[in-house]
Design a protein around this ligand. Structure first.
Ligand code: SAM
Length: 287
């Protein structure tokens, strides 16, 4: 029951029962029901602008950079030459913004199911939607699962920036999806998918990792901290067609000057290495 009451929005969901995260809203900037989901954008007292889909926080201006940089640069910096990248989802534009910064990326294809999310983000979240302005990007509106059925050996990296596995995103967490991504990759290809949190969703993390493992030669789970996501942590399943890839050792290391020029606020090579270090209760569960 996600409600705006006395200017406070509370996010609750069956995926994390019995707990809620709340923030104070100063203005409701947008509210509509699209063909796929309920879309809300709030201005807030402490988090800046906030995008909410079907009652679940997608990103806040305060901490979105942690998620966008990590889901982008973890796979990109593990690939020797990530020239062509597919983004599935990512309707706010934040992942496209980051991927476009990578010096070796020449071409980005993005497929987002809900054009209303793109429109609303362009209007209210320009700090992320700036990603849609990249000359490297070709944007399609459609279902990522269906899109992949028509693409073979085309991409070096596929990044799935999906919402949680409810509504239109359910298919992006299934094993068939990992099989389709595998077919759409060029040799040495890498995938990176939003894969839930180890505090609320260890089952989801386990099953997503297993599906990835059934298709890819090397897999790993890495994570980042996003204070406004449930439990403040979110992870990514990364898979490579190569069996000898070292995910925790980036192939490309940015200098401090690179980091400044690229306006990287979270990602650096030390954070990259640390992102794969798992706490004990997770390390032995995810084998
Ligand atoms: N960072 C956010 C998170 O982890 O919750 C995700 C942000 S992004 C807004 C998620 C996007 O995935 C949404 O815009 C949604 O419309 C899109 N999406 C969901 N299912 C999809 C599908 N099957 N194909 C393409 N895009 C999809």
């Amino acid at each position: 029951m996600n409600k705006l009451q006395n200017n406070w929005f509370s996010e609750s969901c069956d995926m994390w029962p019995g707990a809620t995260f709340s923030f104070e809203v100063t203005e409701v900037l947008h509210e509509e029901k699209s063909q796929f989901q309920n879309i809300q954008v709030f201005d807030t007292k402490s988090l800046g602008k906030v995008l909410v889909l079907d009652g679940i926080i997608q990103c806040t201006q305060k901490d979105e950079f942690s998620y966008q940089e990590m889901i982008s640069f973890l796979p990109l910096c593990c690939h020797k030459n990530p020239e062509k990248v597919l983004i599935v989802g990512g309707g706010d534009g934040g992942v496209a913004r980051e991927v476009a910064k990578h010096p070796k990326v020449k071409e980005i294809v993005q497929v987002e199911i809900d054009e209303k999310v793109i429109e609303v983000s362009k209007k209210h979240l320009p700090f992320m939607a700036v990603g849609f302005d990249s000359h490297k990007l070709t944007l399609h509106v459609g279902d990522g699962f269906e899109f992949l059925k028509n693409h073979r050996e085309e991409f070096d990296v596929i990044i799935t920036d999906s919402s949680d596995p409810v509504g239109p995103a359910v298919s992006l967490f299934e094993e068939n999806y990992f099989s389709l991504m595998k077919k759409a990759l060029k040799p040495h290809g890498i995938v990176c998918s939003q894969a839930g949190t180890i505090w609320n969703d260890l089952e989801l993390v386990s099953s997503t990792l297993r599906y990835c493992k059934n298709q890819f030669a090397s897999v790993a789970y890495a994570y980042t901290s996003v204070p406004t996501y449930p439990s403040g942590q979110i992870g990514f399943v990364i898979g490579s067609l190569d069996k000898d890839v070292n995910f925790d050792t980036p192939d490309l290391v940015f200098s401090r000057d690179d980091e400044k020029a690229m306006n990287l606020r979270y990602y650096n090579s030390d954070v990259h290495k640390a992102a794969f270090v798992l706490p004990t209760y997770v390390k032995y569960q995810l084998v």
